[in-house]
Design a protein around this ligand. Structure first.
Ligand code: SAM
Length: 287
């Protein structure tokens, strides 16, 4: 649920009871119910073009780069030679835009359950979609991500789950069965990076994802924090399962062109993002 009144959008959810962040609206742009989700688009006075799905902000023009850069580059720079990437979710194409900055990538498959997200993104968020749409390495398809994974074995170097929260359609990509498929779909040395929720808000979900990744066989499971003001409590994370050793330090250097294109990611940010506050570190590393 959210409250859209008196010129303000207020993000109220049972997933974060007792707290809500509000955005003053400059212009309401679109409100559509797809087969799967309720999608709202508005221009916020402070944060620019904003997309919300089922009452949760997904992306704002002001800070989308923080999430999209980190979700893509932490794992891409941690892999010595990535060639094939799969994005599950991410139909707004923000993560794809970042993945495609890497010249070594030969193929990017993107599977989102909801073509409406992509249709609306093409129309209202060209800063996310323009680059992928022009790149022949990029292919988008529409299907449940868990279903799509069933046919893939030993194929991708990197898989990125850029999903909504684990309610609604995303339930199918937040469980052990999904991660078993992910593990099989990765080539030797492959790495998964998933939208890993916030340790302030969803510590149980974070720890559950960590357990699942370990149970399905990833020898290394790590968490990298992303500061992003328009997600509840101001942060989210990448939860990473790696067959390539620790991802805490990049294994490949950035080219000058890549470095100049970044607004959030850098080698220093990569390394710093793995430093955890004590209360979280104790839980994440010990249980
Ligand atoms: N950055 C965002 C966040 O964490 O708030 C996520 C952005 S992206 C728009 C999330 C996408 O996940 C949506 O487009 C949604 O349609 C997609 N999605 C949800 N469940 C899915 C599933 N089972 N398979 C594939 N895509 C799914």
């Amino acid at each position: 649920m959210n409250v859209f009144k008196k010129g303000w959008y207020t993000e109220i959810s049972d997933d974060w009871p007792g707290v809500a962040q509000s955005y003053e609206i400059e212009k309401e742009i679109a409100h559509e119910k797809s087969k799967f989700q309720d999608i709202q688009i508005f221009k916020s006075k402070r944060c620019g073009m904003t997309m919300s799905i089922d009452g949760a902000i997904q992306s704002t023009e002001m800070d989308e780069f923080a999430y999209h850069e980190m979700m893509a580059h932490i794992v891409l720079y941690s892999h010595p030679n990535p060639k094939r990437v799969l994005i599950i979710g991410g139909g707004d194409m923000g993560v794809a835009r970042e993945v495609l900055k890497h010249k070594c990538i030969e193929l990017v498959d993107n599977c989102d359950i909801d073509d409406k997200v992509t249709e609306l993104s093409k129309k209202h968020f060209p800063h996310l979609t323009d680059i992928p749409l022009k790149d022949p390495r990029y292919h988008i398809m529409f299907q449940d991500g868990a279903k799509f994974m069933e046919s893939k074995v030993n194929y991708y170097d990197i898989i990125i789950t850029d999903s909504t929260d684990p309610t609604g359609p995303a339930v199918s990509i937040f469980n052990k069965s999904y991660y078993e498929k992910v593990f099989k779909a990765l080539r030797p040395g492959g790495i998964i990076c998933s939208q890993g929720e916030s340790y302030w808000l969803d510590l149980d979900i974070v720890l559950n994802l960590r357990n699942i990744m370990k149970e399905v066989g990833f020898p290394v499971v790590e968490y990298s924090t992303i500061q992003i003001p328009t997600y509840p409590f101001g942060s989210i994370g990448c939860i990473i399962g790696s067959n390539a050793g620790s991802c805490k330090k990049p294994r490949r250097a950035m080219t000058k062109e890549e470095a100049d294109s970044m607004k959030y990611y850098s080698k220093e940010m990569h390394e710093a993002s793995f430093v955890m506050p004590q209360f979280f570190k104790k839980r994440f590393e010990s249980e």
